[in-house]
Design a protein around this ligand. Structure first.
Ligand SMILES: Nc1ncnc2c1ncn2[C@@H]1O[C@H](COP(=O)(O)OP(=O)(O)OP(=O)(O)O)[C@@H](O)[C@H]1O
Ligand code: SF4
Ligand SMILES: [Mg+2]
Length: 329
C-alpha cells in the first residue's frame, strides 16, 4: 500500500438547503468526514439509510460541491479548482444501485461503451472502438460480446446490466470506482458474481474501490477496511474483519447485531432504539446519544472526536480514549 492515499477526505462537510414551511434551513448531510482510500484498496462505507453514504460518494466524485473541508486526489487539492477536469472524471468513476436508470433504453449496449471511449480518446476508428467494446464486455464476463453489444438494456438481466455499468466505468481506465449499492437490487446468487468481479478488478488491475453498502456481509467479503457512518459523521474506521468481529463504537455494535443470523432472528433491532437522528438543527454532543445504550452525561454536551484507538482503528466515542498505540490490532 502506498503511503500517500489516492483519495484523502479531511473534515468534509456538506449541507443542503431545505424548505421548512416558509423558512430555508440547513440539513447537515456530512459533518467533519475524514477517511482515505489507498491505491488498490477496497474500502466499504456502511451505515443506515440517510447516514450520508451517497452524499459522500457524490462529493468525492465532484457531482456535488462540498460545503467545507478538503478533498485530495493523488495528492492534489481537487476542490481548489472549480472546473472538474476531464481527466478527473475518467480517473474517478461512479456506478449506481440501479444500472437500468443510468442506461438509455433507446441505445444499444455497444453504444453505451463507445461513448466514453470516444469522449476520453481511449480508442479511435470504427474497428478499434468495436474491438475495445468487445474486450470490455469480455472483461466483465458478458459473452458472446458481439451479440451483447447489439442488445438494448431491457434485453439484459439486472446482473448483466450492472456488468455493463462496470464495463462502462472500465472503458476510461479509472484509478478508483465508487460503487453506490451496486448489488442491492440483485438476487443473492447474482450478487456474489458482481462482488467477485469488483474484487478481481481490485486484485488484477489494482483499481481502488469505495463500496457503499447496507450489507455488512458484502463489506466484510470485499473491503479491506470499513468506514462506519452515522448521521453524516464517521464513527468508526478499521480493517473490515476487526470491525465486524469486535466493533468499537456502540453504533457499529448495534448495526452488526441488527443483521439477522442464519435462522433469520435479530438480536437487537436498531429501529427499537429510537428514531432517526436530527440532521436539521442537530443537538450538541454525540450524534448517537439519543439511541446509545451506553450514553452518559458528557455525550450530550460534547461531540467526541474521531480518534485512533489502536494502530489501525479509529472511533468517535467518549468510551474510547486515545490509547498508547500498539500494533496488536
Ligand atoms: N439533494 C438533496 N437535498 C436535500 N437533502 C438531501 C439531498 N441529498 C441527500 N439529502 C439528505 O441528506 C441525508 C443523507 O442522504 P444520503 O442519500 O447521502 O444517505 P445514504 O446514507 O446514501 O442513504 P441510503 O442508504 O438510503 O441511500 C439524508 O437526510 C437525505 O435526505
Ligand atoms: S460518545 Fe457516548 S453516546 Fe456517543 S456512542 Fe459513545 S457512549 Fe454512546
Ligand atoms: Mg445512498
Amino acid at each position: 500500500m502506498s503511503p500517500a492515499p489516492l483519495i484523502e477526505v479531511r473534515g468534509l462537510g456538506k449541507t443542503f438547503a431545505v424548505r421548512d414551511g416558509l423558512r430555508t434551513r440547513a440539513l447537515h448531510a456530512l459533518t467533519d468526514v475524514t477517511f482515505e482510500v489507498h491505491r488498490g484498496e477496497a474500502v466499504a462505507l456502511v451505515g443506515e439509510s440517510g447516514s450520508g453514504k451517497s452524499t459522500a460518494a457524490r462529493v468525492i466524485a465532484r457531482l456535488l460541491p462540498a460545503s467545507s473541508g478538503e478533498l485530495r486526489f493523488d495528492g492534489a487539492d481537487v476542490l481548489a479548482r472549480r472546473r472538474v477536469p476531464l481527466s478527473f472524471r475518467a480517473r474517478v468513476q461512479l456506478i449506481f444501485q440501479d444500472p437500468f436508470a443510468s442506461l438509455n433504453p433507446v441505445h444499444t449496449i455497444g453504444y453505451h461503451l463507445e461513448r466514453p471511449l470516444l469522449r476520453h480518446g481511449k480508442a479511435r476508428g470504427r474497428a478499434a472502438v468495436a474491438a475495445r467494446v468487445h474486450e470490455l464486455l469480455d472483461s466483465v464476463g458478458l459473452a458472446p460480446a458481439a451479440e451483447l453489444a447489439r442488445k438494448h438494456p431491457h434485453q439484459l438481466s439486472g446482473g448483466q446490466r450492472q456488468r455493463v455499468a462496470i464495463a462502462r466505468a472500465l472503458a476510461v481506465a479509472p484509478d478508483v470506482i465508487l460503487a453506490d449499492e451496486p448489488t442491492s437490487m440483485l438476487d443473492a446468487s447474482i450478487r456474489v458474481g458482481v462482488l467477485n468481479l469488483l474484487r478481481d478488478l481490485k486484485e488484477q488491475r489494482g483499481i481502488a474501490l469505495l463500496l457503499i453498502t447496507h450489507d455488512l456481509a458484502s463489506a466484510r467479503y470485499l473491503a479491506d477496511r470499513t468506514v462506519v457512518m452515522y448521521a453524516g459523521h464517521v464513527v468508526e474506521v478499521g480493517p473490515s474483519a476487526l470491525v465486524m468481529a469486535a466493533p468499537l463504537h456502540p453504533y457499529t455494535r448495534l448495526l452488526i447485531s441488527a443483521v439477522p443470523d442464519a435462522r433469520g432472528s435479530f438480536a437487537t433491532p436498531l429501529a427499537a432504539r429510537g428514531g432517526a437522528p436530527r440532521l436539521i438543527d442537530p443537538p450538541p454532543g454525540c450524534p448517537f446519544a439519543a439511541r446509545c445504550p451506553e450514553v452518559h452525561d458528557r455525550c450530550r454536551r460534547e461531540l467526541p472526536a474521531l480518534r485512533p484507538v489502536s494502530v489501525s482503528r479509529l472511533a468517535r466515542c467518549h468510551l474510547h480514549q486515545p490509547a498508547a498505540l500498539s500494533a496488536a490490532s
